[in-house]
Each structure stands twice: as C-alpha cells, then as structure tokens.
Design a protein around this ligand. Structure first.
Ligand code: PLP
Length: 404
C-alpha cells in the first residue's frame, strides 16, 4: 500500500462529503435524477456578472506580450496595486501592492499563510462549527487543530477563546459571513477579540462570502478592527468563478513582522506548488474589482426556504449572509434525521460534519425550482418525527446590537 497513513486517515474523516456524494449517486439511480434535491454543495448557481465576462474577453483580445508566462510569485505588480488601492479605500488600512499576494482562491491564501507560520505541533484555533477543510489545511503544515465552541447565535465566545490560547497558539481562523452557520461576526465581538490576539498569534480572516450578505447589513471590517490579522480573500463566490481559483492574501503593513511574513508567504506560495495565481484571471479581476453577483437572487431563496421550513415547525432562522441555512434538526440525532430526508430524495449535510450535531446545513445554491419541489419532502420528514420535532426556536444567527 503506497498511500500515506495520514492521507488515508484524513480521507476517512472527510467521509461525510464522500458519503453524501455516494448516496446522491445511489438515490439518482433509484428515484431518477429529477427526484433528488441536492442541498449539499456550495457551488454558485448563477453566471458570473456581465462585467467579468466582458473583462475576460478584453484581456484575451488584448493578448499582451508575456500574458501567459511566469511572473513574480506574488503576482503582477499592477494587479496587486489595483487590489491594494481598493482594499485601502474600503478598510482605511494603508495597503500597498507590496502587501498583496495573489493566490489560488481563499484556500490557496490560507494554506500559504499557515505554511509560513506553523512549526510542527503549533496550534490553530477554529470556531465550532467550522468549515471542515480547515482541519486539513492546518494538518497540511504540521499544525494542531484546536476547536473552540461558539457562543450565542454562533458568535465567537471570547472568554472560551482566551482560555484556549497557549504559548503554542499561532493563529485563529475567523470566517464571517460563516460557512456553515451564515453568522456575521459583530463589531463588538471583533473588538474584544482584538484585545486577546497578541504576538505571535495572528487572526486569519477568511472572507470569501463577504459580498453575499442580506437585509442591507454592513459587514464589520476585520482589517480595521483586529490589529494582528491578515485577510484571505477570494472571488470564487463574489463573481461566481469558483473554478478559476483566484484570490489574494493581504498582510497589513502595521504588523511588526510584515516584511518577513510577506517574504515567507511569497516563498510558500511558490513551494506549495501554486507558483503564482492564474495569470489571465489576475488581469480580469483587476479590471472588474467591484463586480459581484446579484445577491437578491440568493436572498429570495433564503427567504423562501427559511419561511417554508419555519412554517412547518423547523427552527430555521434566516442567516444574514453566505450560501447556507443551518437549521436545528427536529431530532437531536442529526444523522438519523438526514436519513429521513434521504428517504424523501433530499440530500443535506449533518451538523456533525462541521463539528456540531443537532443541526444540518442546507445550501441555497440549489436551483429555485428544485427547492420548491423539495419542500413537501421536508414537511413529511418533520411529521415522521412526531412530537420530538418541536425544538426550541432561536433567533437569527449572527444577530447583534451593532454590526459596524
Ligand atoms: N473558506 C470557506 C469558509 C469556504 O466555504 C470556501 C469554499 O467553499 C473556501 C474557504 C475556499 O474558497 P476558494 O474557492 O476561494 O478557495
């Protein structure tokens, strides 16, 4: 057997995703593909904004010399300058081209910074429930995952986080708007976090869902509120171009170790085998920096799903952002309830897959028409739970007094 033990074990631990995929194939065979309703994937169901496709056409038509070759590992200087100007304007932090490293999406940015800061056995705090890939990203670089439970409405619990910090803690990953809960972290909580994040610890702010926000909320600026933070950004969701693998890592110049970290991350980006972010897409995003998908489409689907589920008796508060609704399962055993949904042709990910049983994650990237046809199945599954289905109702995830 030539597969490493570590990879074999990690594959086993990621088995929820694989299991759902296999169950999906089986269900499609049994029921016909039109009778399977897949809520498991967070893959944009809209086309990229027109401005992005026009920018892509322009970049290809221009065909400037050396468009397709190697470049500095951190990316094209002009692109980084354009990104830095926009980010500085938004956050008030004086970013320049030097502070931006173009990456293969947010995943590339997170791996790059983790590779640069972790020694074997160093600890990284993640807030439970969390995006399961974080565990693999941290373990990729010899780190140890330290999950810390979130508090009320999935907000970071600052006291618990403070108690989890040890001399080996190198980072905490903050993800707002959040996958899987849809929570948006409040400015007050971020300020409290700022007070406990001290050298050598860094906050890695993973924000691919930043533009996917609802109800007119304004998202607090982590880069202005948390002094020791870096930003992992991606256009995967903003522009619905997840397959193109383009994003960046921003390292604020105020960090005492800014220069060393920039150099380390540029090197890490190269030796991880990314080399540099895709060339053509660097030019495209630089020409359409503000283009975002029409969020009202997601908001309408969020409203429809949460309202319908609530009407049926589910505890399904409306998330304020991201692609996900995270209702309590009517049975405390989320995996047992997911099986009841499967009997209705509905595929959902149990909360256990994110470290929090008793919930399920439903992606609102499912086509509207499929969502509509799936609703009677949710109702039948709820009825099968009988009285056990009535569980305490909570408020909207991430609701707080002051967002900005
Ligand atoms: N972080 C979170 C919370 C995500 O949900 C995802 C993708 O789903 C990523 C990072 C990775 O995004 P990207 O496609 O930009 O690498």
């Amino acid at each position: 057997m030539s597969i490493s033990r570590a990879i074999a074990e990690q594959m086993e631990r990621s088995s929820w995703i694989r299991r759902m995929f296999e169950i999906g194939i089986q269900l499609r065979k049994e029921r016909g593909p039109e009778n399977v309703f897949d809520y498991t994937l967070g893959n944009p169901d809209v086309e990229p904004p027109k401005a992005v496709i026009e920018a892509l056409r322009r970049v290809v038509a221009e065909n400037r010399p050396h468009s397709h070759g190697y470049m500095p590992n951190a990316g094209f200087p002009e692109v980084r300058a354009a990104v830095a100007r926009r980010l500085a304007g938004r956050t008030g932090v004086p970013f320049t081209a030097d502070d931006i490293i173009m990456t293969t999406g947010a995943a590339g940015a997170i791996n790059t910074v983790l590779k640069s800061i972790l020694d074997p056995g160093d600890e990284v705090i993640v807030l439970n429930p969390y995006f399961p890939e974080y565990r693999f990203y941290i373990e990729n670089h010899g780190g140890r995952v330290v999950p810390v439970e979130t508090g009320d409405r999935f907000q970071p619990d600052v006291a618990r986080i403070a108690a989890a910090i040890t001399p080996r803690t190198k980072a905490i990953i903050l993800n707002s708007p959040n996958n899987p809960t849809g929570a948006i972290y409040c400015a007050d909580v971020l300020r409290e976090l700022n007070a406990i994040i001290r050298e050598p610890m860094l906050a890695i702010c993973d924000e691919p869902y930043r533009p996917i926000i609802f109800d007119g909320v304004r998202l607090p600026e982590t880069q202005s509120l948390i002094e020791r933070s870096v930003l992992a950004w991606s256009w995967s969701k903003a522009m619905a171009i997840a397959g193109e693998r383009i994003g960046y890592l921003a390292i604020p110049p105020r960090l005492t170790e800014a220069e060393a970290l920039r150099n380390a991350c540029t090197f890490a980006n190269r030796i991880l085998g990314y080399i540099n972010a895709p060339a053509i897409w660097q030019w495209v995003v630089a020409q359409a920096l503000d283009a975002t998908v029409d969020v009202s489409h997601y908001e309408a689907k969020r409203n429809r799903l949460c309202d319908a589920l609530t009407e049926m008796g589910y505890d399904a508060p409306r998330p304020r952002g991201s692609y996900y609704v995270f209702p309590k399962t009517p049975l405390p055993d989320d995996v047992a309830f997911i099986r009841l949904l499967q009997a209705e042709g509905i595929l959902a990910v149990p909360g256990a897959g994110f470290g929090r049983g008793g919930y399920m994650r439903l992606s609102i990237t499912i086509p509207e028409e499929e969502m509509e046809r799936s609703l009677p199945g949710f109702e039948r599954a709820m009825r099968k739970c009988g009285n056990a289905g009535a569980r305490t109702l909570t408020g909207s995830p991430g609701t707080c007094r002051t967002l900005s």
